[in-house]
Design a protein around this ligand. Structure first.
Ligand code: B12
Length: 215
């Protein structure tokens, strides 16, 4: 099979949410001599773009977005062991986490997958992440972007605490801050001093991509 055919298979497997198909196509990609980077960016990520478009067009819903994320993860699990450090040219670095007191991570994980597929290096701090942990991670990893998720009205206030802590630590101006999660609004994001609000993962990642291209 030609490289082009394998890339098309990778793309289609993501669009069709086909876990077995994506694993097989990822193995074929390696056999055909594609690099894992090419398989991700020119194959699976193209599929993710189509999934995003279908979501925006109302053809796909959240369930498909989550499944596409899972499918992508399965494909990555085949390719990752074959990736050499420095193989992947990252377009930016993102520190992400669900804020303190909040254990919801399904949406955040979709954001992580889409960011990774778009070429970002993502440091995922997980759930229930305190302001101190965000600040430590910013000092340690020197990211371009800090992304926060909250699904509870009682925890979204903790996003403001993180931004304040970044200010107090003198690192706020070094990063762009994007926030997301079901209870948030554009207005709330502005009010707490975030640089952007992502209504969903697709919009959020598009904003991050725009920032990366302006670097
Ligand atoms: C699944 C779920 C749970 C699971 C979480 C499992 C997990 N691993 O995440 C469990 C069962 C653990 C849970 C627990 C609780 N939950 Co709950 N949960 C939900 C549920 C049903 C779905 C959330 C979800 O995953 N959606 C799917 C994802 C893909 O969507 P999403 O998270 O919104 O993310 C999308 C966008 O928001 C955006 N996004 C999200 N994060 C970010 C970040 C950035 C940077 C960007 C750009 C975008 C972005 O992109 C995503 C994809 O497009 C919601 C109801 C609902 N329909 O939202 C209630 C809900 C969020 N839960 C609720 C509650 C009350 C609770 C509990 C307090 C219940 C209890 N009494 O114990 C606990 C709290 C636990 C805690 N401390 O966090 C309420 C919150 C009410 C409120 N406004 O505060 C909701 C709304 C249900 C309800 N109607 O009452 N929950």
């Amino acid at each position: 099979m030609s490289k082009r055919e394998v890339l098309a298979r990778l793309r289609d497997a993501i669009v069709n949410l086909d876990i077995d198909g994506v694993k097989n196509a990822a193995r074929e990609a390696l056999e055909t001599g594609l690099t894992p980077y090419e398989a991700i960016m020119e194959g699976m990520a193209k599929g993710m773009e189509v999934v995003g478009q279908k979501y925006e067009a109302g053809e796909y819903f959240l369930a498909e977005l989550i499944m596409a994320g899972e499918t992508m993860k399965e494909g990555l699990s085949v390719l990752e062991p074959h990736m050499k450090a420095g193989d992947m040219k990252h377009i930016g670095r993102v520190v992400i986490g669900t804020v303190e007191g909040d254990l919801h991570d399904i949406g955040k994980n979709v954001v992580v997958t889409l960011l990774t597929a778009s070429g970002f290096e993502v440091i995922d701090l997980g759930v229930d992440v305190s302001a101190e942990k965000f600040v430590e991670a910013v000092k340690q990893y020197n990211p371009d972007i800090v992304a926060m998720s909250a699904l509870l009205t009682t925890t979204m206030v903790n996003m403001a605490k993180v931004i304040k802590a970044l200010e107090e630590a003198g690192v706020r101006s070094k990063v762009k801050v994007i926030v997301g999660g079901a209870p948030l609004t554009e207005e709330y994001a502005r009010q707490i001093g975030a640089d952007a609000y992502g209504r969903d993962a697709v919009e959020g990642v598009n904003i991050c991509k725009k920032w990366a291209s302006k670097k």
